[in-house]
Design a protein around this ligand. Structure first.
Ligand code: CP
Length: 306
């Protein structure tokens, strides 16, 4: 049974086919309005979410399907001690496809190994968030027309920011990609991603703590929130949370066609004064996420038939 647990589960060709399908959905929504008639998506969210859960639900409704699920662990039998494996076996009796968010890294993989229906990882702990990467890829495609020859800056919490981990993997497949890693010392990109993704694919990268020093080099600036929920103590979070705040004055050396991205939710890291700047793309990412999730649901349900 085909699932999406990590962005590495899909080939570059498959990612590009999903982008093509999403673009067709955008151009011809009526063509897809009954594609999932009679099908059910289960959204199993053991952690808070606004965009991912609701965009999955909107995606399924726009495909003519239905949605069941829960939005917090405490309203499921996980609160009584039920395992992820048993939950996945149970939901397989009710639904055709699962989208699962869980605070524990690897929980969606456990679900996929026990379900008899496709499972989509909607974010697992500090590990990865492949469907945010789908949203990010469609956004970059629509803003830049492709993925080659881009200098991409990732700024903020690169240690716990799971969306960064998945997007670096996807972009490392293209030529001419350069990566600029901007973070406090304590929140640097994990070594395994530098070794297994950047070095392995010969992607040139630099690490810095100074956003303004490098902003003029960037085609894309991917801002991230400091992930409070992953910290072991509040004191460290409070010390690091405002390390980077993007304000209009900080864009004075930025390119005129810079794309400013953020997976959202934001806290302080992008001033609302940036929202009206034509370079701000983060609400476009939100919308693109729905179209890519529609494309993904269609792909996995089609493959489940075979
Ligand atoms: N980007 C993202 O995953 O947002 P939510 O946590 O609101 O789903």
């Amino acid at each position: 049974m085909r699932s999406l647990i990590d962005i590495t589960d899909f080939t570059t060709k498959e990612l590009e086919e999903l982008i093509e399908l999403a673009c067709d959905i955008i151009a011809n929504p009526e063509k897809y309005s009954e594609s999932c008639k009679g099908k059910k998506l289960a959204t199993l969210f053991f952690e808070p979410s606004t965009r991912t859960r609701l965009s999955f639900e909107a995606a399924m409704y726009e495909l003519g399907g239905n949605v069941i699920g829960f939005s917090e662990a405490n309203s499921s039998s996980a609160a009584k001690g039920e395992s992820v494996a048993d939950t996945a076996k149970t939901i397989s009796c009710y639904a055709d496809i699962i989208a699962m968010r869980h605070p524990k890294e690897g929980a969606p993989l456990v679900a996929a190994n026990n379900a008899t229906i496709p499972v989509i990882n909607a974010g697992d702990g500090g590990h990865c968030h492949p469907t945010q990467t789908l949203a990010d890829l469609l956004t970059i495609y629509r803003e830049k027309g492709g993925f080659n020859n881009l200098t991409v800056g990732f700024c903020g919490d690169l240690k716990f920011g799971r969306t960064v981990h998945s997007l670096i993997n996807a972009l490392s497949r293209y030529s001419g990609i350069k990566v600029v890693l901007i973070s406090p010392e304590e929140l640097k990109l994990p070594s395994y991603i530098k070794k297994d993704t950047l070095k392995k694919n010969n992607i040139p990268y630099v690490q810095t703590t100074d956003l303004e020093e490098v902003i003029g080099d960037l085609d894309i600036l991917y801002m991230t929130r400091v992930q409070r929920e992953r910290f072991f103590n509040e004191e460290d979070y409070l010390r690091l949370k405002d390390s980077y705040i993007l304000e209009p004055s900080k864009l004075k050396n930025a390119k005129s066609d810079l794309s400013i991205m953020h997976p959202l939710p934001r806290v302080n890291e992008i001033s609302v004064a940036i929202d009206s700047d034509p370079r701000a793309c983060y609400f476009k990412q939100v919308l693109n996420g729905k179209f890519m999730r529609m494309a993904l649901i269609l792909k996995l349900l089609e493959e489940a038939k075979r």
